[in-house]
Design a protein around this ligand. Structure first.
Ligand code: NAP
Length: 253
């Protein structure tokens, strides 16, 4: 029997990077995956790949910064599969870098709306369903920058600190309902997010970032997927409210 056989797994931002690695990993472990992401012309190609291991997996177009789209996405999961076992709230953006005093309200709100409000809306509708079931697992994708600062990224750092705070509160509130809620704090991971932020193409900046990790390398999305599988499965049955660092030692310094 595969570890996540027939589990219904909802993943926001599952078309790319860490979310995609998590989706393919759980599909290979027997889960039925619902990817919620922005509509894109790569949907068919990606879903075809996931459906090789998990034919019933589906895509739902959803902008996580819009509460009603999240409500609709969770309704779709329950209509199609009857329950929601595991949710990974992962969709996120890096945001435009700027010093706090120079940051525009637009730059600030764009990141907060997706990276923090998006996690709140996701949790809200996931929890309403999981409470009815009296079981479920939620994993929120935070960051090392949910625990320490990073110059020029006030919006991102504030959002990720908020995600960890919300994870702790909800874990306390729902522990007696059989719902476990944890976060993952990746170090810098080689995904399209780094190219979108201009980091991958900037050799000097990339080298500085690599150097901040005692392991002297970036992480791989597949390494985050392994942490997700641990937190999503019964292997972590007594773990709730934690924020697990998967960071090549970044936070030990
Ligand atoms: P990624 O490759 O850019 O993937 C993020 C996915 O989320 C993309 O498919 C993106 O769609 C989608 N997305 C963006 N805005 C959305 C919205 N409003 N609604 C729904 N989906 C949306 O990034 P990643 O590196 O895998 O990041 C995943 C998560 O890990 C994020 O929360 C990020 O903050 C966190 N994280 C990443 C790193 C890292 O170094 N990569 C480190 C720590 C934490 P588009 O491609 O269409 O924008």
């Amino acid at each position: 029997m595969k570890k996540l056989n027939n589990k219904i797994v909802f993943i926001t931002g599952g078309l790319s990077g860490i979310g995609y690695a998590c989706a393919t990993a759980v599909a290979e472990m027997g889960a039925k995956v619902v990817i919620a992401d922005l509509a894109s012309d790569k949907v068919d190609e990606i879903m075809n790949t996931i459906q090789i291991s998990s034919p019933e997996s589906i895509f739902v177009a959803c902008n996580v910064s819009n509460a009603s789209e999240l409500s609709h996405a969770i309704d779709t999961v329950v209509e199609k599969f009857g329950s929601l076992d595991i949710a990974l709230n992962n969709a996120g953006i890096g945001g435009e870098p700027n010093k706090t005093g120079d940051m525009t309200a637009e730059q600030w709100l764009k990141v907060i709306n997706i990276n923090l409000n998006g996690v709140f809306y996701s949790m809200k509708y996931e929890l309403l369903q999981m409470q009815k079931q009296r079981k479920g697992v939620i994993v929120n994708m935070a960051s090392i920058l949910g625990k320490v600062g990073f110059s020029g990224s006030g919006h991102y750092v504030a959002a990720k600190h908020g995600v960890i705070g919300l994870t702790k509160v909800a874990a306390m509130e729902y522990a007696s309902d059989g719902i476990r809620i944890n976060a993952i704090c990746p170090g810098f991971i080689q995904t399209p997010l780094l190219s979108k932020a201009g980091i991958s193409d900037h050799t000097e900046v990339l080298a500085q970032i690599v150097n901040l990790h005692p392991m002297k390398r970036l992480g791989k999305a597949e390494e985050i997927a392994q942490a997700f599988i641990f937190l999503a499965s019964d292997d972590s049955s007594f773990v709730t409210g934690t924020a697990l660092d998967v960071d090549g030692g970044y936070l030990t310094q």
